[in-house]
Design a protein around this ligand. Structure first.
Ligand SMILES: N=c1c2ncn([C@@H]3O[C@H](COP(=O)(O)OP(=O)(O)OP(=O)(O)O)[C@@H](O)[C@H]3O)c2ncn1[C@@H]1O[C@H](COP(=O)(O)O)[C@@H](O)[C@H]1O
Length: 112
């Protein structure tokens, strides 16, 4: 799984210097952070609406969740790239958390 994310990360870096007329990724960078965040928000909303529909368990609704989640991950990666954050940093953070129960982590936080 990391392979395709890393390969896509490399393509996204190359596309930052591409012609916005021929590259969707370059066109988003040209439009700026507000447009990129708008796309992330839009794809997040579409993902949750697809997931809500998928509770009937049909293959069509499952496919829609997969497609919308791919859109969300893709646009989140453009957001990271725009902010000069490598996708590997997110993978490293997930690796750091691996095996640590969310309930244990929450219980270990200082009282606020
Ligand atoms: N994975 C993707 C990918 N997923 C989705 N999209 C595009 O994301 C766009 C936005 O999706 P939407 O469904 O929201 O489309 P829309 O409603 O028309 O979008 P807006 O007009 O609202 O911006 C569409 O044009 C999709 O084709 C992608 N475009 C590119 N990639 C990857 O990025 C690489 C570089 O792409 P370019 O920069 O275009 O060369 C490609 O080779 C692919 O590997």
């Amino acid at each position: 799984m990391n392979d395709i994310l890393n390969q896509l990360g490399q393509v996204l870096e190359e596309r930052r210097r591409a012609d916005p007329a021929t590259s969707y990724v370059a066109s988003l960078h040209q439009k700026g952070i507000n447009k990129i965040l708008e796309k992330v928000g839009e794809e997040a909303t579409e993902t949750l609406l697809a997931a809500k529909d998928a509770t009937n368990g049909s293959s069509e609704t499952r496919d829609a969740v997969v497609a919308e989640t791919a859109d969300l991950w893709f646009h989140s990666m453009i957001m990271l790239s725009h902010l000069n954050i490598e996708p590997q940093a997110v993978l490293d953070e997930l690796a750091r958390r691996f095996g640590i129960s969310g309930l244990d982590e929450k219980a270990s936080r200082p009282a606020s």
